[in-house]
Design a protein around this ligand. Structure first.
Ligand code: APR
Length: 240
């Protein structure tokens, strides 16, 4: 079985990765739903919705600024680096739910941030938007226009960036292989991407320390950590 799959992966030209918080866990960034995940300690409805933001922008900003600093001090791990390395051999696209920018910092050149970026900051009113890595002395930070700034992330109840989502659907539906890494597949519409790939006959691989509701529909579900499994998997794919 493994020979067949590795043969298909080696023959694959277009490989799409769908990644979640689990790929950044070994970079020291907490996941959301794991045993010590963020949603175990904090109520997402109080911190990651547009209503929560307008109800208490200072609280929401305190939480995001703490995460921003942790993320900015984090480094890509061998899982991120392996995906970037694969670009030397295959056409690789990364559809990530993560907002930490670690795929780009590892060298991946085709990254679609489905849930936005915590590094990019935008104004709630005017069209200001920019990457800001410095810490904010005052929370919530204000735009030059006088209105509150916000992280350019997709909150629960908000739509994904339309152009990013359309590209993600096209890439998922037309890839030869999809590798789903470190995501519980609990959140839509990102969790539809593996369904599109499977419907279009892609070879489906999952890398997760735990089982997910799609594990049984994968061609291969590796119960392993991203930083360990991805370098091995990429080694097999790139070994002609
Ligand atoms: N290697 C591989 N997988 C791991 C690792 C690891 N080192 N550590 C944890 N995992 C797996 C967990 O088993 C879990 O299935 O990663 C997954 C993380 O799931 P979630 O915490 O639900 O994160 P994610 O799937 O990215 O959440 C999706 O939900 O809260 C929103 O916007 C947020 O983008 C996020 C979305």
């Amino acid at each position: 079985m493994w020979d067949t799959i590795s043969d298909k992966l080696r023959k694959a030209e277009k490989i799409v990765f769908v990644t979640g918080a689990g790929i950044s866990q070994e970079s020291g960034i907490p996941t959301f739903r794991g045993k010590d995940g963020l949603w175990r300690k904090y109520d997402p409805m109080k911190l990651a919705t547009i209503d929560a933001f307008y109800e208490d922008p200072k609280l929401v900003w305190e939480w995001y600024e703490e995460r921003r600093q942790n993320i900015l001090n984090a480094s890509p791990n061998p899982g991120h680096v392996a995906i970037a390395e694969l670009e030397k051999y295959k056409k690789v696209s990364v559809l990530t739910q993560n907002i930490d920018g670690l795929h780009q910092r590892a060298g991946s050149s085709s990254v679609y941030e489905l849930h936005g970026s915590i590094i990019t900051i935008k104004c709630t009113i005017c069209d200001f938007k920019n990457k800001i890595t410095a810490g904010f002395s005052q929370l919530p930070p204000l735009c030059k226009c006088g209105n509150i700034l916000r992280p350019d992330v997709v909150w629960f109840g908000e739509a994904l960036p339309q152009d990013v989502w359309e590209s993600a659907m096209i890439l998922a539906s037309s890839c030869d292989a999809m590798i789903v890494v470190g995501t519980s597949l609990a959140v839509s519409p990102a969790n539809l991407l593996p369904v599109y790939a499977k419907q279009n006959g892609a070879t489906m691989i999952e890398v997760n320390v735990e089982q997910t509701h799609m594990s049984s529909s994968m061609d291969l579900s590796l119960r392993a950590s991203a930083a360990k499994a991805l370098p091995e998997l990429v080694g097999i794919i790139s070994h002609f």
